[in-house]
Design a binder for this molecule. Structure first.
Ligand code: IMP
Ligand code: MG
Length: 175
């Protein structure tokens, strides 16, 4: 059977939700500058769209942390593949993630970043699968809570495919 994608959130639904999140962040950070940290590669589509919807000054940095292989289950091993370019000292940091699943990646990452003395640090994720949580993570901004399904699109991949889909969907027909 060929792989097909069943749409969970359409392009319009995702865009509308991100616009709301941007408005909320702009309100919460009125009079401040926010420093968005994108967790590559999955977070990049979301961060770009979110950044465009934030009306306070924004700066950006990128980091790559991996805890997954090519399949659909966590290896539990987390490593920094690419660190940030800039210091976090005194900055209002928002870590931007595509999805929080077990929470292993994020709890490790937030621990490291907190030691770099940001003025404040919050977590923003497009998707959250709370049923799968193994480590406690406090999420400040969530796009959508979803059930325990493996999703793709809007930055999320299945074996590096489907990141470029403009919507979020479930892969069907996988052996
Ligand atoms: P965690 O450490 O288990 O929270 O894993 C988070 C990372 O796993 C995410 O940033 C994704 O890269 C990947 N991941 C978790 N669930 C999914 C999914 O449903 N689709 C695609 N990638 C996922
Ligand atoms: Mg990710």
């Amino acid at each position: 059977m060929a792989e097909t994608i069943k749409i969970m959130f359409s392009e319009e639904e995702v865009a509308a939700r991100i616009k709301e999140m941007g408005r909320q962040i702009s309100e919460d950070y009125a009079g401040k500058q926010v420093h968005l940290i994108c967790v590559l590669k999955g977070g990049v589509f979301f961060m770009c769209e979110l950044a465009k919807r934030i009306s306070v000054p924004v700066s950006l940095d990128f980091m790559s942390v991996s805890s997954y292989g090519d399949g659909t289950s966590s290896s539990g091993v987390v490593k920094i593949a690419k660190d940030l370019d800039e210091s976090l000292e005194g900055k209002h940091v928002i870590v931007v993630e595509d999805i929080i699943d077990s929470g292993r990646t994020l709890s490790y990452l937030l621990e490291i970043l907190a030691k770099r003395h940001p003025a404040s640090m919050k977590l923003c994720t497009l998707l959250d699968k709370p049923d799968r949580r193994v480590r406690k993570v406090d999420v400040d901004y969530t796009g959508f809570e979803i059930p325990d399904e493996f999703v793709v699109g809007y930055g999320l991949d299945y074996a590096q495919k489907y990141r470029n889909l403009p919507y979020i969907g479930i892969v069907e027909g996988v052996e």
